[in-house]
Design a protein around this ligand. Structure first.
Ligand code: FAD
Length: 342
């Protein structure tokens, strides 16, 4: 099979625990590739509370959630992990030689000797807006995420929502789409003020339309959208369009992880507390996704789990190599890996 990404460890998820796992695995020379359904690293920290302060990260009396993610990215930079964003890992199977093959919803294939599931509470999935009959258009005309911007070139695009995603995409698609219309139920926006101002400037310049109201109806045939109807303060407005992008936030669902044949305990994956291995040898689970007696869903618990998992993963990736315990403070070989000058 061509176009297979091969690495030592594939990590499902790119939340804080997955990022720290890259550091621990990197110290033991294991190459990592991370796959996340979100469009950037950081999991819950980046998606749900980027500006909130966290007070229980060791060594930081207070640190912003996004700041923690930025620091983790800086810390793992020497190990050059691979990232694939905007993709959900849909299947996981064991190959004849004992290694694993993972496939995404866009049919990309990854192979690795070890799989680390750091999938948090599951995959973030878009909330479907309450528009009658929207399901019929989802395969073709309605998109909850923009995977390839070029697919929207020349389309009349309607974006629905008032948060950061809606505003970001209104601005990014404005030069690409034939016409962008932003629909929001009220004239106030939750998005970053700078982006709101940029959008209003484009509206004032006639380069983008802004319509206040709620989408009440879709029109089209065979899954192809031709128009939407928006109910607003001045009555109903019909807008011609070929693509609809609703950004109504995300919910978390366990998703495909439940179908990979692993034992589950109330939507979490049971692991032992020595290796953090699942019911399948070579597949580990760390962070919020795992369960063991006394489990605490805290970032620091996930960091500890990543360190212990790494010892066990090393035995799978390099069974003949002896594991030597070393401190980062004093080991010159670890300094070399981290790029610390002599
Ligand atoms: P997540 O951060 O949940 O990341 C998992 C990632 O996996 C997600 O990005 C998801 O998209 C991805 N994923 C899942 N399934 C798939 C799939 N099939 N394919 C591709 N990607 C997939 N913890 C603390 O320690 N201190 C705090 O003060 C604190 N405050 C919090 C405040 C709030 C409001 C919330 C919501 C949580 C807080 N937490 C706090 C909890 C903390 O954020 C979590 O413990 C932490 O994010 C878990 O990290 P993780 O890497 O295990 O999972």
């Amino acid at each position: 099979m061509s176009n297979i990404t091969r690495t030592d460890v594939v990590i499902v998820g790119a939340g804080p625990v997955a990022l720290f796992a890259v550091f621990e695995l990197g110290l033991f020379d294991m190459r990592c590739h991370l796959i996340d359904i979100l469009d950037r690293p950081g999991g819950q920290c980046a998606e749900l509370y980027p500006d909130k302060p966290i007070y229980d990260i060791p060594g930081y009396p207070v640190i912003g959630a996004q700041e923690l993610i930025d620091k983790l990215l800086e810390q793992i930079a020497p190990f050059k992990p691979g990232f694939t964003f905007n993709r959900m890992v849909t299947s996981l199977e064991r190959l004849g030689d004992g290694s694993f093959r993972l496939t995404t919803d866009e049919k990309e294939v990854f192979e690795a000797k070890v799989v680390v599931i750091a999938a948090g509470a599951g995959s973030f999935q878009p909330k479907r807006p309450p528009i009658p009959g929207i399901e019929a258009y989802e395969a073709q005309s309605v998109r909850y995420a923009v995977r390839r911007i070029e697919e929207l070139r020349g389309h009349d695009v309607v974006i629905v929502g008032g948060g950061d995603s809606a505003l970001d995409w209104a601005l990014n698609l404005q030069p690409v789409a034939r016409r962008v219309t932003l629909v929001h139920r009220r004239p106030d926006f939750r998005a970053a003020p700078d982006n709101v101002n940029k959008m209003l400037a484009l509206r004032d310049a006639g380069a983008l339309d802004l319509v206040i109201g709620q989408v009440s109806m879709l029109e089209g045939e065979g899954g192809g959208l031709s128009a939407i109807v928006v109910n607003g303060p001045d009555g109903a407005t019909k807008i011609s369009c070929s693509r609809l992008l609703p950004f109504f936030g995300l919910t978390m669902k366990l998703g495909p992880v439940a179908e990979w044949g692993l034992d589950l305990h109330e939507n979490q994956i049971p692991v032992d507390t020595e290796k953090f291995q699942t019911s399948e040898p070579g597949i580990f689970a760390i962070g919020d996704i795992n369960w063991y007696p006394g489990k605490l869903k805290l970032i620091l618990s996930g960091f500890h789990e990543a360190a212990l998992m790494t010892q066990a993963a090393k035995h799978v990736v390099s069974p003949k190599e002896r594991i030597v315990f070393q401190y980062t403070t004093s080991s010159t070989s670890l300094h070399k890996k981290l790029g610390v000058p002599d």
